[in-house]
Design a protein around this ligand. Structure first.
Ligand code: RUB
Length: 322
C-alpha cells in the first residue's frame, strides 16, 4: 500500500503503535484491534487540521499505516472500519469528538464481547478438566478465567509455540489464575493429547467456510486432536470474522523474518539453508468442533450465517483514498 501524501501529518503515536504491532510488542488479534482503534484516537487528538477534509485525510493516512502492519488478523481492519463508520461532523471539533466516542465504544464492546465469550467457553469446561493451549489468546484465557472463577479446578498443557514462545505468556497467565500448568515443546503435543479434555485455540481470522486462521501449528494440533478424539474449540470474538471471505477473498498469511527461527551465525554454521517462517496457518472446519463467540457457540460450518448478519456482503476500506 502507498505511503500517505507527504503533506498529510500523521501523529507520532500512530507511527509508534504501528512499529509496536509490526515488531509484535503489541500482539494478539484483540490487543492489536484495541491498539489500532486507540491510535486513531491519538491521531484525532494530535491533529491541527484546519478543515474537516484535512482532518479526514489525516485519519485515513493514519489508518493506512496501521492497516499495513500485519496482514492476517482481520480484527485490525475490522477495528478501523468500526471507528470510521461513526465518524461524523461538520467541524474539526465535531469530528474529533466523534472519533473519541467511536473509539471508546469500540474498546468497550471488545471488553464486553470477551467477557461474554468467556462465559460461553467456561460452560464447556468441567471441574477437574485438562486443557491444551497453543500460542497466547486472550479470548482463550477469558474462558479459562471464567471457569476458574466459577470454582472449577483446571490443569493445562501449554505448548511453547516456536519461534516466538508466546506459550510462556500463556503459562504465566494461567499460573496466576491458579491453573496447574505443564509447559511442553510443540512437538510433544500429540504425546499428551490422550490426557487432555479440550484443546483451546484462538483465531486471527475466521473465514466464511469456518476455517480458523491462527498461529502456525494450530492446524497440525487440530489434526492430531481429531485423530485422538480430543475436542478442539476455537474461542474468537466476532471481530475475528473475516467479511471479505464472503466474496471469495482469501486470508493473507504473514511471513516473518528468518532471524525469528535461527540467528545469522547459526544459519551460517549449518550451511545457510533457506528458512521459511509463516506466522499463521489455516485449520479446515472439519477439524474444529466449535467456534465460541460472544454471540454463542457455532459449528464452524454455520459461522457464515453470523458473518452475514454482522457484516453484510460488502465491506468498506476507509483507509483508501476516496
Ligand atoms: C497470536 C495468535 C492468537 C490470536 C488470538 O499470534 O495467533 O491465537 O491472535 O489472540 P501473534 P486473542 O502472537 O503472532 O500475534 O484471543 O488475544 O485475540
Amino acid at each position: 500500500m502507498s505511503d500517505p501524501a507527504p503533506d498529510v501529518e500523521v501523529a507520532e503515536a500512530v507511527h509508534r503503535t504501528a512499529e509496536d504491532i509490526g515488531s509484535m510488542e503489541i500482539r494478539g488479534a484483540a490487543t492489536i484491534a484495541a491498539a489500532a482503534a486507540e491510535a486513531l484516537g491519538a491521531q484525532a487528538d494530535a491533529s491541527d487540521a484546519d478543515s474537516p477534509a484535512a482532518f479526514r485525510a489525516e485519519l485515513r493516512a493514519a489508518a493506512r499505516i496501521l492497516y499495513d502492519t500485519r496482514p492476517t488478523a482481520v480484527s485490525l481492519p475490522n477495528a478501523l472500519r468500526y471507528v470510521f463508520r461513526d465518524v461524523d461532523g461538520r467541524t474539526v471539533e465535531d469530528l474529533r469528538e466523534s472519533v473519541h466516542t467511536s473509539v471508546a465504544e469500540f474498546c468497550d464492546r471488545l471488553d464486553t464481547a470477551q467477557s461474554d465469550l468467556g462465559r460461553m467457553g467456561a460452560n464447556r469446561l468441567r471441574d477437574g478438566d485438562t486443557v491444551m493451549t497453543h500460542c497466547h489468546s486472550t479470548d482463550v484465557l477469558a474462558c479459562v478465567e471464567t471457569a476458574v472463577e466459577q470454582g472449577k479446578s483446571l490443569s493445562a498443557y501449554v505448548k511453547e509455540t516456536r519461534p516466538r514462545n508466546q506459550g510462556h505468556i500463556t503459562a504465566e497467565a494461567l499460573s496466576e489464575m491458579g491453573v496447574d500448568v505443564t509447559l511442553i515443546v510443540d512437538s510433544a503435543a500429540r504425546r499428551y493429547l490422550n490426557d487432555v479434555d479440550h484443546v483451546l485455540v484462538g483465531a486471527d481470522s475466521i473465514a466464511a467456510d469456518g476455517s480458523v486462521i491462527n498461529k502456525i501449528g494450530t492446524s497440525g494440533l487440530a489434526v492430531n486432536a481429531r485423530d485422538r478424539g480430543t475436542p478442539i474449540v476455537c474461542a474468537a470474538q466476532t471481530i475475528k470474522l473475516h467479511p471479505e471471505t464472503l466474496t471469495g477473498h482469501t486470508v493473507d498469511i504473514e511471513m516473518r523474518a528468518e532471524e525469528e527461527v535461527v540467528d545469522e551465525e547459526t544459519a551460517a554454521d549449518i550451511g545457510d539453508p533457506t528458512v521459511l517462517n509463516p506466522a499463521f496457518d489455516v485449520t479446515p472446519p472439519r477439524y474444529v468442533d466449535a467456534i465460541v463467540t460472544e454471540r454463542g457457540q457455532y459449528p464452524p460450518e454455520s459461522i457464515v450465517t453470523l458473518m452475514r448478519e454482522l457484516f453484510g456482503e460488502s465491506t468498506s476500506d476507509p483507509w483508501a483514498e476516496p
